[in-house]
Design a protein around this ligand. Structure first.
Ligand SMILES: Cc1ncc(COP(=O)(O)O)c(C=O)c1O
Length: 467
């Protein structure tokens, strides 16, 4: 979000200050909101002021909108706090942190089935957006080098992906001046097709994007089919087009819940994959990963070597400084859970998501668009005869604290408005029951069958499911 200058009236009003008084009785003076105060304030007063103001935010446990982790174990939190002041870029001072980073890159490359005869490589990023950007940038560079080697022009690169992609793909295309060739959705299709890819690629295509777990409906693009298509195109036309798989949310679910699904480096066209550590990697916000099938897929000219911090270090990131704590927390989770632990959690969240999908379908009010086959995401639309919209529903659920987004799909499915529930580890069966009951209550209110007050119902007595 870009924050804007506040107007002079708001500034002056803010000079009249906070009325709150805490135990220190500190606030007998104005605390301006949009200017730095002249003198500071005691630590406990500053803490209390910020802490209290944040009470206005939603409760992360009831946030079914975001994919991002809202709960970690106390031991993980201890590790995070112990390492919160460690700058990851400072490998000279914190060499062991870099060693751990390398271990995680190796673990993830092997999780994504990178062949042992490749020299896979990778890096931590701030999130999947940075990872996607860096992955695509590498493909742009590699394409340019291939074109230059053949003495061909390289002024008009394009990239092919679907309208089901996250906004970070559009940002990449815009920021790096690459023509986006976007495959639209259709009212009955929310992922891309290999045919759609075939119609748009040419010798200037730097890469095809495929999504494992789309932001809109949680489906997967047909990655194996696209990969096979591009293999054929390479043989026939000598266009060497790689696939980047955006596995922001699927990368930590599918390898455990559906290991047989071929979407990763088992497909030779897949040259890079991103995954969000802070989604189903189960780490707090601030962590993504980018993995290259082979170090040669990252052109050496994009790697910078800097010596400011005492050692010569290669870097391939957009930022220089970044925290180490989340990288260490990822390592903690991988050690703590192992493959079986991640598999148990993935299975559990999928079952809970399918349960929510079934319950909403059984209510007779909704059409379920995806039944959480692959990812623990439930998307529903209201049946045609509903007298209210999913936006009304989402708004009303907020009164109970639930944050459930409602939105319209991208072209050509823009007439479809859906509501999405992202099931995370801390959303157990009991909360699922309460949520479904609250949805039913809110629907009854909106249907006029009930007064305005949303009465909390007791959840079904099936006992708590502990995740
Ligand atoms: C498929 C996909 N790609 C990329 C992103 C961006 O990820 P991040 O928020 O980690 O930058 C998201 C976020 O939801 C996503 O769902």
């Amino acid at each position: 979000m870009i924050s804007k200058k506040v107007d002079i009236e708001r500034l002056e009003e803010s000079r009249r200050g906070h009325a709150s008084t805490y135990s220190t009785r500190f606030f007998d003076e104005t605390v301006p909101k949009y200017e730095i105060l002249e003198e500071g304030m005691p630590a406990n007063a500053a803490y209390q002021l910020v802490h209290d103001e944040l009470n206005l935010d939603g409760n992360p446990a009831l946030n079914l909108a975001s994919f991002v982790t809202t709960w970690m174990e106390p031991e993980a939190e201890r590790l995070i706090i112990e390492n919160i002041g460690r700058n990851f870029i400072d490998h000279f001072e914190y060499p062991q942190t870099e060693v751990i980073h390398e271990r995680v890159v190796n673990m993830l490359a092997r999780l994504f089935n990178a062949p042992e005869d490749t020299t896979f490589a990778g890096t931590a990023t701030v999130g999947s957006s940075e990872a996607v950007t860096l992955g695509l940038l590498a493909h742009k560079w590699a394409w340019k080098k291939r074109r230059e080697a053949k003495g061909k022009p390289c002024g008009k690169p394009n990239i092919v992906y679907g309208a089901d992609a996250h906004v970070c793909w559009d940002k990449f295309a815009k920021y790096f001046d690459i023509e986006p060739r976007i495959i639209p959705m259709e009212p009955d299709r929310f992922a891309i097709t290999a045919v759609g890819v075939e119609e748009r690629i040419d010798e200037n295509t730097i890469c095809v994007g495929a999504i494992l777990g789309t932001t809109f409906t949680g489906e997967a693009d047909p990655i194996a089919e696209i990969s096979a298509l591009l293999d054929g195109v390479y043989k026939k036309k000598d266009w060497d087009i790689p696939v980047h798989v955006d596995a922001a949310s699927g990368g930590f679910v599918t390898p455990f819940a559906n290991p047989e699904l071929q979407w990763d480096f088992r497909l030779p066209r897949v040259k890079s994959i991103n995954v969000s550590g802070h989604k189903y990697g189960l780490v707090y916000p601030g962590l993504g990963w980018l993995i290259f099938r082979d170090a040669s897929d990252l052109p050496e000219d994009l790697v910078f070597y800097v010596n400011y911090l005492g050692d010569e270090m290669p870097t391939y990131t957009l930022n220089f400084s970044r925290g180490s704590a989340m990288i260490l927390a990822q390592y903690y989770n991988l050690l703590r859970l192992g493959r079986k632990g991640y598999a148990r959690i993935a299975t559990n969240v999928l079952e809970n998501a399918r349960y929510v999908a079934e319950q909403l379908a059984d209510s007779g009010r909704f059409e379920v668009l995806n039944t959480a086959d692959l990812l623990p995401i439930v998307t529903v639309k209201l049946k045609e005869d509903a007298k209210y919209t999913v936006f009304d529903l989402s708004h009303k659920l907020r009164e109970r604290g639930w944050i459930v987004p409602a939105y319209t799909l991208p072209p050509n499915a823009e007439d479809i408005a859906i509501m999405r529930v992202v099931v995370k580890e801390n959303f157990g069966r009991d909360l699922a029951d309460i949520f479904v009951a609250d949805v039913a209550n809110v629907c009854e209110v909106l249907e006029g069958a009930k007064g305005e007050v949303v009465v909390p119902r007791r959840s079904a007595r099936r006992g708590h499911h502990v995740n």
